[in-house]
Design a protein around this ligand. Structure first.
Ligand SMILES: [Fe+2]
Ligand SMILES: [Fe+2]
Length: 292
């Protein structure tokens, strides 16, 4: 593979309220962001940013800053609407392919995370995507090492499992990820008794990049998906990300205690995975899952 999901960035209207959700309800441990020597125009402080995970990986909870692109000389605003970040082995190759195909690329350089060069671009559905590369071998592992390391857990036993990209034209987004970003499509491994077996096998509806269903899911927004499955949430609309936790039952009991409505989907889509969906306080859809 040579690539992996580095972090997810979720917009928060109230950063401390969202941080409380990820910390006290989902059960993640707050991490410490490490910045480069020369840092761009960044907001800081507990009202502006919270991070979960080690070495800038994991989840970034961020307050929107409409001035961010002007302040940092970017075309894209990674603080509005959130974004997903993928670490790749060669950012220059990807940037060249994107620009040759007519995409506008914001090359932020190393400005927000120690040892990481970052670019931003829109995917075919105009969603901000970040691609990054560790440029300082002492600051980060090589993508191969990091990929192996990725299978280890974050402190407390959680890990990012996948990001879900809604795509009105799934094959178009698949072509973008394959031809411009250079990712290899893989095959979905369904749950034993999947209630969405037809959905899973249709390349117009679903595609997966990454091994064992981890990585990137590209999904066609489907209005009746929730009703057909008896869900409170529709994970095909608006995108979501998934966190694997060591004990889903404890998370469910904390969600209930906090009066957060959640969908207990059970093992319906991915082999060996029980899944729960809930909104964070800023209405970002979060999947919490557990290997069963
Ligand atoms: Fe980011
Ligand atoms: Fe998901």
């Amino acid at each position: 593979m040579g690539w992996f999901v580095h972090h997810v960035n979720v917009q928060a209207f109230d950063v401390q309220e969202s941080a409380k959700f990820y910390r006290d309800v989902i059960g993640l441990k707050e991490g410490v962001r490490t910045y480069p020597k020369t840092v761009g125009y960044m907001s800081s402080g507990p009202d502006r940013i919270a991070a979960f995970g080690r070495e800038n990986r994991g989840i970034h909870v961020v307050k929107a800053n409409p001035s961010f692109p002007a302040q940092n000389k970017l075309f894209h605003n990674p603080t509005i609407g959130g974004h997903f970040a993928i670490t790749v082995p060669d950012l220059d190759v990807i940037k060249a392919r994107l620009e040759a195909a007519g995409h506008i690329v914001s090359d932020a350089g190393v400005y927000a995370m120690a040892g990481m060069r970052q670019i931003y671009v829109f995917d075919p559905c105009q969603r901000v995507m970040e691609f990054n590369q560790a440029i300082d071998p002492t600051a980060g592992r090589s993508p191969r090492e990091e990929e192996a390391h990725d299978l280890e857990m974050q402190e407390g036993g959680w890990t990012l499992h996948h990001v879900n990209l809604p795509a009105h034209n799934v094959p178009e987004t698949v072509a973008y990820l394959r031809n411009l970003i250079g990712l290899e499509e893989s095959t979905w491994i369904p749950a034993n008794s999947s209630s969405i077996a037809d959905f899973i096998v249709d390349p117009e509806m679903l595609a997966v990049f990454g091994e064992d269903n981890r990585g990137i899911h590209v999904v066609k927004p489907t209005p009746d998906f929730a009703a057909k499955n008896g869900f409170y949430h529709n994970p095909t609309i608006g995108g979501h990300f998934a966190v694997t936790v060591p004990d889903l039952e404890i998370v469910k009991s904390r969600l209930a205690a906090a009066h957060v409505q959640f969908t207990d989907a059970g093992s319906y889509a991915m082999a060996g995975m029980a899944q729960v969906y809930a909104y964070d306080p800023s209405m970002n859809l979060v999947e919490i899952n557990q290997v069963i």
